[in-house]
Write a protein that binds this ligand. Structure first.
Ligand SMILES: *[C@@H]1O[C@H](CO)[C@@H](O)[C@H](O)[C@H]1NC(C)=O
Ligand SMILES: *[C@@H]1O[C@H](CO)[C@@H](O)[C@H](O)[C@H]1NC(C)=O
Ligand SMILES: *[C@@H]1O[C@H](CO)[C@@H](O)[C@H](O)[C@H]1NC(C)=O
Length: 518
């Protein structure tokens, strides 16, 4: 009798073990470009010199699916994060700025942390995951199982200049906010480790670093990685030839204008002007240092995950909310549809699946992360959103990229889509990145309640040929030798993301998630 019981129990256990859910460690950085070590190579010649030092992210990449060509849906914080976190694009979230909250203007959408919370996970958030304040209803409380954590010294802005290297003496007394977040993440991991390992309760821990966002405040030791005489100016400090004016953002209308040292120079922010060379060099150097600082903190958190014995059962994702222009084209920060603003880092480590490191150059949208995490954690795939999904709580406007973990070269989506508004939201720049081109149109935008473009009224068109112009210095939209290509790309852009998804012949998800973990 006893023997039979043991047997049944054992069988059950085997079943349970096979279907054990994965924990998720969800790491986010703010304004981080993709030029970290792991991205570099002949396929991705970086304009950044010296190379940015990111050993910890490189190590994570070496056991992850590294998405070398992942694009954000809108190159500014809240719209990009809202889109990724709800798995829906800006024309569905209706969030195009830093003020509106998707639950008020879009729909009551289930977010990534909320999905895991609803499925029994302990969902813990800290730092900058959603955009803070009104734009997220104060960190979207329904997404989390416990009160959200902000570092008490979050501001660290007593002297508001674009960058500042902080001495050890100073941060030993007053730790930088991202250091405090790292400590809190480590404590949170320790707190949930036992339950996670015993199978009692999984966790979803989201840690959102504030850097390398402006102001670039970081421990001064990181400056040593970038000797002053090694830092270079961008080699294209001018607007693309034949760029339509609408494509430009005057960065002095955005966050750069907040800083005393910028105000002192009082730049116009106009097309084909930029900041003085010494200022550009200092900012670039400070930005690289801030990236290396965050890289170190990522390393500390991952080390703790290992130490606690959680690495084998925890999916780790890392992404930056959009790119950042460091004087390329004479632009500063984001707010454009250029490659430098829309291209951002993303990687996902799935224990047992990506351990050897997989690199893909297939095009990926940031909305693809939600369905991917759902699938690798061991849940049934999400269904595709209908055209109007404002009343649908849970669906996806992206595609799980799990198939790229099996075959990083398989035929995949043919376009990644981003957008950016102009002229007080009356114009919307829609852009599609294909394998070889970036194509953008700036139509009139019809806002509430339709949230759609009027393609009949265009304020500008751009076509950049990445096969010979990776920096996007020449707009070919009016070049006769590109006219038939332009027609094709225009049709593709206007049809939208649904028609650029991977072909139906590709098995979009692996049957029965448990089979991922034999
Ligand atoms: C949104 O959905 C949640 C459940 O996911 C529910 O508790 C809440 O009441 C809903 N809010 C509104 C305004 O419908
Ligand atoms: C900006 O500079 C580029 C390169 O010199 C030039 O081709 C372009 O016409 C200029 N744009 C404007 C608006 O002046
Ligand atoms: C932008 O549009 C809003 C809403 O239509 C309006 O209230 C506001 O005054 C406009 N702002 C500018 C600068 O035109």
């Amino acid at each position: 009798m006893v023997q039979i019981k043991t047997c049944v129990l054992l069988l059950l256990c085997v079943q349970v073990v096979r279907c054990l859910r994965k924990n998720i460690l969800f790491l986010v950085s703010d304004d981080m470009r993709p030029e970290i070590g792991a991205y570099l190579g002949p396929d991705f010649p970086s304009p950044i010199h010296p190379t940015i030092h990111t050993p910890n992210l490189d190590a994570l990449a070496s056991k992850s699916l590294l998405l070398k060509r992942a694009y954000v849906q809108q190159a500014i914080c809240s719209p990009s994060r809202t889109s990724l976190l709800t798995g829906r694009r800006p024309d569905t979230t209706h969030v195009y700025d830093l003020v509106h909250y998707f639950r008020h203007v879009g729909g009551n959408y289930t977010t990534i942390p909320q999905f895991f919370k609803n499925n029994g996970y302990r969902s813990i958030g800290m730092g900058k995951i959603f955009h803070h304040g009104k734009a997220s209803g104060y960190d979207d409380p329904i997404s989390w199982s416990e009160p959200y954590y902000h570092a008490p010294d979050e501001k660290y802005r007593s002297n508001v200049v674009t960058w500042r290297a902080v001495s050890k003496a100073e941060y030993d007394i007053r730790p930088l906010p991202d250091m405090q977040l790292t400590d809190y993440a480590i404590k949170s991991l320790r707190r949930v480790a036992l339950d996670a390992k015993s199978g009692k309760q999984n966790f979803f821990i989201a840690l959102g670093f504030h850097k390398p966002h402006l102001p670039f405040v970081f421990p001064e030791k990181y400056l040593d990685l970038y000797p002053k005489d090694k830092v270079r100016l961008p080699d294209n400090p001018y607007a693309p030839v034949n760029m339509p004016e609408i494509a430009w953002i005057n960065y002095m209308t955005e966050e750069m204008a907040n800083y005393h040292d910028v105000k002192e120079i009082n730049p116009s922010g106009d097309i084909n002007t930029t900041l003085p060379d010494h200022f550009v060099l200092n900012l670039r150097r400070a930005y690289y240092s801030a990236v290396s600082y965050i890289d170190d903190l990522v390393g500390k958190v991952l080390h703790e995950l290992d130490t606690l014995g959680l690495s084998d059962n925890t999916v780790v994702s890392f992404w930056g909310d959009h790119g950042w222009q460091l004087g390329e084209h004479g632009e500063w920060s984001k707010h454009t549809n250029f490659e430098d603003a829309t291209h951002a880092p993303m990687m996902v480590h799935v224990p047992g699946i990506t351990d050897k490191g997989i690199i893909t150059e297939r095009l990926v949208d940031f909305v693809d992360l939600f369905p991917t995490l759902v699938e690798v954690a061991g849940f049934q795939p999400l269904s595709l959103c209908p055209v109007d999904s404002t009343k649908v709580d849970l669906c996806r406007e992206g595609t799980s990229f799990v198939p790229l973990m099996k075959d990083p070269k398989c035929e995949w989506k043919s376009g990644a889509f981003s957008q950016y508004p102009r002229m007080n939201y009356t114009v919307m720049g829609y852009t599609v990145r294909t394998d070889m081109y970036r194509y953008t149109e700036w139509p009139e935008f019809i806002g509430e309640p339709e949230y759609k473009p009027n393609w009949k009224k265009l304020y500008g068109v751009e076509l950049y040929d990445h096969s010979n112009d990776p920096e996007e210095n020449y707009n070919r939209a009016n070049d006769p030798s590109y006219s038939s290509l332009k027609q094709q790309l225009s049709a593709k852009l206007r049809r939208g993301w649904r028609y650029s998804q991977p072909k139906e012949t590709i098995s979009l998800s692996i049957e029965g998630s448990c089979s991922l973990y034999p």
